[in-house]
Structures are given as structure tokens and as C-alpha cells.
Ligand binder design. Structure first.
Ligand SMILES: Cc1cc2nc3c(=O)[nH]c(=O)nc-3n(C[C@H](O)[C@H](O)[C@H](O)COP(=O)(O)O)c2cc1C
Length: 200
């Protein structure tokens, strides 16, 4: 099978996102200028550098209320955000926070997730996330778009890192025990449940 996406997709459902997996989910929390908090999952997300540590996520399309999705709107105003991680325990809440809520509706309230104050940024953190990354906006990049769908990459510097102590064993992070979930294609997810070593 070979196809050129521009010429049409030989499937009923575009399989692109089912080919690049698992995609980590950045569960992005932000705050707007009136103090209303926001939380949404983004799987076009990853770490992209480490000196200094930097992450990116991409906001594709608009919300039904505004030109941009709320997370991007808030970040363009406040210039800060927090990356949280969903686990097998919080998968339902993560899904709830992906609903198209209005800008003045707080996803923390609707998903019944507890907030925790960040140390260096105004956006709140998800209390039940094993790790929280406090980020300052570095820049946004407008991505190529063949449609009316606006795609924007948001790059942030990680200026503060929280790791729950129970996941630190002998001075190393015990990543498998965090039970992160990640995105496959369609409505499929996976749970990180094993690892192996390969020395370079
Ligand atoms: C697991 C998951 C991953 C998602 N990844 C993205 C993504 O990478 N980019 C995007 O624009 N929307 C993504 N979405 C959809 C957004 O979460 C959704 O549009 C949400 O309402 C945006 O919220 P906001 O307007 O509060 O930012 C994803 C949804 C789910 C459930």
C-alpha cells in the first residue's frame, strides 16, 4: 500500500495518527486574564530539547467559540502553561477535559479534578499527575495548512519540574510505575506497562 495524502486517502478514516504511536499526551493547564482555569489534552506533544528543557504541543483548529482553542488563547495572553500527565487512573477525567467547553467554563470543575498551585507560573497544576512541568512560552509557530483549520505549534521552556516522591527510587525516576497513558490512532490508547534496556 502506498498513497500520497494530497491525492486522497484510501481509507474510510484517515490512518495518519494510527501510524505514529504511541503519542504522549500533554495535559495542558492554563489560566486566562480573569483567573479562569483551563485544562485540555494534546497528543501532538513532545519534549524537543533539554538544555534548557523545552516542550511543544500543537493546537489544530478552532474551538466553536473562538478562532483559537482556549489553551492557545490563554497562552498567548498569559505566556505560561503547565504540562500534566494522565494515567490509567485519570483517563476518564482526561477525556472529559477534551470536551468543547466554553472559555469561561473550568474543566477542573467539570472533571472533578483537584488543582494544586504551581510555584513559578500562574496556571494551576493537576494534583493527581505524577509529574507537572511549569512552562514559559518561548514562541508559537504557524504550521502549514491546506484547509481553514489553523495549526499552531506552541514551544515552551520548562522552568519548574515536580515529580511525586513515590516515583523516585534510588535517585532515578521509576517511569513504568507512573502508568502514563498515550494515544494510538482512532479512539485507541495504550498504557506504558513495561520497559527494556538497550545500552548505546
Ligand atoms: C487524547 C487527546 C489528544 C488530543 N490532542 C490534540 C492535539 O494534539 N491538538 C489539538 O488541537 N487537539 C487535540 N485534542 C482535542 C482537544 O483536547 C480539544 O479540542 C479540547 O476541547 C481543546 O480544549 P481547549 O479549547 O480548552 O484548549 C485531543 C483530544 C484528546 C482526547
Amino acid at each position: 500500500m502506498f498513497y500520497e495524502p494530497k491525492k486522497g486517502i484510501p481509507f474510510k478514516v484517515d490512518p495518519f495518527k494510527a501510524l505514529i504511536f504511541p503519542r504522549p499526551i500533554g495535559w495542558i493547564s492554563t489560566i486566562d486574564k480573569n483567573g479562569i482555569t483551563n485544562l485540555a489534552p494534546y497528543s501532538y506533544f513532545n519534549a524537543i530539547a533539554d538544555e534548557p528543557p523545552q516542550v511543544m504541543f500543537c493546537s489544530n483548529g478552532s474551538s466553536s467559540h473562538n478562532k483559537y482553542k482556549d489553551s492557545l488563547n490563554n497562552i498567548l495572553t498569559i505566556k505560561e502553561f503547565v504540562v500534566n500527565f494522565s494515567t490509567i487512573e485519570t483517563k476518564k477525567q482526561m477525556n472529559t477535559t477534551s470536551k468543547n467547553f466554553k472559555p469561561n467554563e473550568d474543566e477542573f470543575y467539570f472533571s472533578k479534578l483537584k488543582k494544586k498551585n504551581a510555584k513559578l507560573v500562574k496556571a494551576p497544576m493537576v494534583k493527581d499527575s505524577p509529574v507537572n512541568l511549569e512552562c514559559k512560552l518561548i514562541k508559537t509557530i504557524k504550521l502549514k495548512s491546506d484547509s481553514k483549520k489553523i495549526s499552531t505549534m506552541i514551544i515552551g521552556e520548562v522552568i519548574g519540574i515536580h515529580i511525586k516522591n513515590k516515583y523516585i527510587i534510588k535517585n532515578r525516576v521509576d517511569s513504568v510505575s507512573m502508568q502514563y497513558i498515550a494515544r494510538m490512532g482512532y479512539s485507541e490508547y495504550t498504557k506504558v506497562s513495561s520497559k527494556f534496556k538497550l545500552k548505546r
